[in-house]
Write a protein that binds this ligand. Structure first.
Ligand code: PMP
Length: 405
């Protein structure tokens, strides 16, 4: 009955967005948003996406029929090459299977559901502390037991590498370790390639299963291969693993829910057979949950990924987005250092991707909101995309003021 269901708490991020919208102040700044904004704080349709979109509208062969359960084949094939590399042993040895999903969230969910149903020992899944808040509820919903590994060092505002490695080493053998492939959300802190190698070594020793969440490929550094380096390294090291891939940020296709889930089977004589079995089980799970994925975003991404000229234009668009964000990082750090704002601000430019973990306290975040009309999550995370040449001075002034208070 209705009385038996208590009201759920509001999603903190959506609550923040609502408060921002309702604030009448003209100089308000939205640093909560997890979406790219241009220098005028407006959503940006990638020019290459617009092109592909026009072509789709004028394509008389398209209709509104269902896609197959696994999605648009030319999309999943291209997505697969993008994430593991077109010359990947996983593709050569036919031991990777891929399904189109409801963006990254759907891919994380499908992966969690699959592990929960089919992993022989119901392993625990370890999340970085902190991580994207939705990870907790997605994996809890599918019945996985969760653990944590340290990730962010409050002292250095960088990676707590020793803590991370020790926790991964200490997890029961055969655990699932969720790793952010690049541009870690919410901290903006990534392991170096050398550190990834050490993580792989420990994970190999403990027979852990890597579950990569990749929501920012190309958006982080502007270089698609570089942002997928960790995944490709683990595949080369012949791990069995899975990847949740989102095209929300790198194509600006947020609301079109475009993504893919990939499962790479361990190498061996029977690997391609095993991979076909896994694909068939994933298809049954997908069928019961969404029946088949949405077509529109996948058609756009597929056009771009499969056309060398459009692909080049996409890479330029990625550099536009990541370049602007890097400029904002430099601009913010420079302004704070010029003002002599107490503390060290190097982490602003050391961190990468959409978000920066500023180190501002919950109290400071509250003052920023109440007095300065600056909106960010209470853990001190700012979306770099919310900064632009018009509000950078104002934001630096606001931070300087609250830090000195
Ligand atoms: N994982 C991480 C770490 C994310 O930051 C995001 C985007 N906020 C996602 C997954 C999934 O987003 P989407 O479902 O919009 O692709």
């Amino acid at each position: 009955t209705a009385q038996a269901v208590a009201a759920a708490p509001e999603d903190p991020l959506f609550g923040l967005m609502k408060a921002y919208r309702e604030d009448p102040a003209e100089n308000k700044v939205d640093l909560g948003i997890g979406a790219y904004r241009d220098d005028n704080a407006k959503p940006w349709i990638l020019p290459v996406v617009k092109k592909a979109d026009n072509a789709i509208h004028n394509d008389p062969t398209l209709n509104h029929e269902y896609l197959s359960i696994g999605g648009l084949p030319e999309f999943t094939a291209a997505a697969q090459k993008l994430i593991v590399g077109s010359d990947s042993p996983a593709i050569r040895e036919k031991r990777i299977c891929s399904l189109q999903t409801i963006s990254g969230t759907g891919a994380v969910h499908l992966g969690g559901l699959f592990l929960s149903k089919f992993h022989p020992n119901k392993p625990s899944l370890y999340l970085s502390s902190p991580t994207w808040a939705n990870h907790h509820q997605i994996f809890t919903n599918v019945g996985l037991t969760l653990g944590n590994y340290p990730y962010f060092s409050k002292e250095t505002k960088g990676l707590d590498f020793d803590g991370m490695l020790q926790a991964i080493q200490g997890a029961p053998a055969g655990s699932v370790i969720l790793l952010h492939a690049c541009a870690h959300n919410p901290t903006g802190v990534d392991p170096t390639q050398e550190q990834w190698k050490q993580i792989a070594t420990v994970m190999r020793q403990k027979n852990h299963f890597p579950f990569f969440d990749c929501a920012y490929q190309g958006f982080a550094s502007g270089d698609l291969a570089r942002d997928a380096w960790a995944i490709q390294y683990f595949v080369e090291q012949r791990f069995e693993l899975c990847v949740a891939q989102s095209f929300a940020k790198n194509f600006g296709l947020y609301g079109e829910r475009t993504g893919a889930f990939h499962f790479v089977s361990a190498p061996g004589a029977d690997a391609s057979n095993a991979s076909a079995h896994i694909a068939s089980q994933l298809a049954i799970l997908q069928r019961s949950e969404i029946s088949n994925p949405p077509a529109y975003g996948a058609r756009i991404a597929s056009r771009v990924l499969n056309d060398p000229a459009l692909f080049k234009e996409w890479e330029a668009d990625l550099r536009t987005m990541s370049g602007r964000i890097q400029e904002m990082r430099k601009g913010l750090r420079l302004r704070l250092e010029k003002r002599g704002t107490p503390g060290s601000w190097a982490h602003i430019t050391d961190q990468i991707g959409m978000f920066s973990f500023t180190g501002l306290s919950e109290g400071q975040v509250k003052v920023l909101r109440d007095k300065w009309h600056v909106y960010m999550t209470k853990n001190g995370r700012i979306s770099m995309a919310g900064l632009n040449s018009h509000n950078l001075d104002y934001f630096a002034e606001a931070v300087d003021s609250v830090v000195r208070e």
